[in-house]
Design a protein around this ligand. Structure first.
Ligand SMILES: Cc1cc2nc3c(=O)[nH]c(=O)nc-3n(C[C@H](O)[C@H](O)[C@H](O)COP(=O)(O)O)c2cc1C
Ligand SMILES: [Mn+2]
Length: 472
């Protein structure tokens, strides 16, 4: 089986010596604005619930750029990466090539490049400061106790191995430079915090805000503990992501980001979170999060603050969906070569539902794929398997498969009482019923005279018309 080739890309710049690809978020925004796909909002907006309301009412269309945020000199951009099409545009490829680009990046990671000077360090603020005065951080939802940074890509180092980790966790502002991070226990960042706690040290972190989609998408890839997500970012960009050394912590951050926060997490310092929104759209009550402190903020001279609408929202769901789908495609193919592609769907909150396409699976092989996928990704609970004649991005075709190829008595897999993710809205004592539906053909389907013989005009006429279709 051929390895996916790196798709052709556009959007290169002519910078001498440095990056060939524009690694900034603002470069992409300029292109969007030219294409009429970025809406500028001149009317002053409040960080308290007003930005949240606009972003949720305009969840899908153009990116939203808030020029005037009350009490802040910094503008805010939201709903920037809210479709698969945008992701592809950001990577300079066609939408159909997004999957292959992710596969290529996972198979051909490219290490970062360290640069000496970075636009993101043009302005430097040292503590003490009031973070909410420096940054226009939105307060999103009514029952959440404070404002959350939602697009912060957190860089940290494993205290035991020194290996880097890159991921997103929302950070709540707690006053002054204080923050709180609610991190799932199974995430690498939580493991690093736990290692630091056992050593009796704080965990240094650096948080990059205002990133190229490659950085956001790379941060979401399910790679192993010790694997540097920045290498995947490089694979997505087609060149090493440019990093600059932080001013006050022993970490490196994307040089082309808009804003960077440098500081520490105190793993012993637990702060009760209360209600927080999660991707199912509901409030959840996870208990205590980890406290921390930001001691230095650097940013571009005219920095733009990026906000990702949390909860059941396209951008939040899709960043996870595309990354989880890509890692599952890779992992399933390794064990079951008939697997072609895995799509984690947006309706399934970008986390809980997947469609797997397979090429002529053997009897029972679809069920094997279902169980393997659920075993690999704790979150997955409803999985549909279809044949590779189906476009899995088209829900109509997937449903057609269920109508035409799925027999409930034989093709349904029901697994009650499987360990669930803490985010599953239906879990009971952290277990849930997981279901697989295998809607693939069986040997003999489609034979002349059978029930699944497609009705078409005679092949000679049909093919002749197809070849000359433009003439009709
Ligand atoms: C917008 C956004 C917000 C997220 N917020 C959180 C969060 O608050 N807590 C968390 O544990 N994971 C959060 N995640 C998911 C993690 O970033 C993701 O699972 C990541 O792969 C974890 O990587 P790690 O295991 O290397 O730490 C968020 C993801 C996105 C896209
Ligand atoms: Mn990781």
């Amino acid at each position: 089986m051929g390895r996916p080739a790196r798709p052709e890309r556009t959007g290169r710049n002519d910078a001498k010596g440095g990056a060939v690809v524009d690694q900034s978020m603002r470069g992409f925004m300029a292109g969007l604005e030219t294409a009429g796909d970025l809406r500028r909002i001149a009317r002053p907006v409040d960080t308290r619930f007003e930005i949240a309301s606009v972003l949720s009412l305009r969840e899908r269309g153009p990116a939203q750029f808030f020029d005037h945020v009350s009490g802040s000199a910094m503008p805010v951009v939201g709903n920037l990466w809210n479709s698969r099409r945008r992701f592809a545009q950001g990577l300079g490829i066609a939408q159909e090539a997004l999957d292959d680009a992710c596969q290529h990046a996972l198979q051909h990671p490219i290490p970062p490049v360290i640069v000496a000077d970075a636009p993101v360090q043009a302005v430097v603020h040292q503590a003490p400061f009031e973070l909410s005065a420096l940054l226009p951080v939105p307060h999103w939802f009514e029952k959440e106790a404070g404002a959350y940074i939602t697009a912060g890509v957190i860089v940290a180092r494993d205290p035991a191995t020194g290996r880097r980790n890159v991921s997103i966790a929302r950070l709540r502002l707690e006053g002054g430079g204080r923050i709180m991070a609610g991190i799932a226990k199974n995430h690498h960042l939580a493991m690093l915090a736990e290692k630091a706690r056992l050593r009796g040290h704080p965990l240094e972190i650096a948080v990059a805000i205002g990133n190229h989609v490659a950085v956001l998408l790379g941060s979401q890839m399910y790679v192993g503990l010790g694997d540097d997500e920045f290498d995947i970012v490089g694979g997505l960009l087609g060149e090493g992501v440019e990093l600059v050394k932080c001013r006050t912590v022993d970490l490196e951050v994307p040089a082309h980001a808009e804003i960077v926060l440098e500081g520490v997490l105190f793993p012993e310092d637990l702060i009760e979170e209360g209600a927080v929104s999660e991707f199912p759209g509901f409030y959840v009550y996870y208990g205590p999060g980890i406290g921390g402190e930001i001691r230095c903020v650097t940013h571009r001279r005219d920095a733009i603050y990026q906000a990702i609408l949390p909860g059941y929202a396209a951008e939040h769901c899709l960043l996870g969906a595309v990354a989880i789908g890509a890692t599952l495609t890779r992992d399933l193919k390794r064990s079951i070569p008939a697997v072609r592609r895995v799509l984690v769907t947006e309706g399934g909150m970008g986390r809980l539902h997947a469609v797997i396409s397979m090429h002529r699976p053997r009897l029972g092989e679809g069920k094997r794929a279902v169980i393997l996928a659920m075993g690999l990704v704790n979150l997955l609970k409803h999985v549909v398997v279809v044949e590779d004649d189906i476009d899995i991005e088209d829900p109509r075709q997937v449903e057609w498969s269920l109508a035409a190829r799925f027999r409930g008595h034989e093709d349904l897999v029901v697994l009650p009482g499987v360990k669930a993710d803490r985010c599953d809205p239906l879990h009971e004592a952290l277990t849930v019923t997981k279901i697989g539906m295998v809607a693939t053909t069986r040997p003999g389907d489609g034979e002349a005279g059978g029930r699944a013989e497609f009705a078409r005009p005679p092949a000679d006429v049909y093919d002749r018309v197809r070849r000359a279709l433009d003439d009709y």
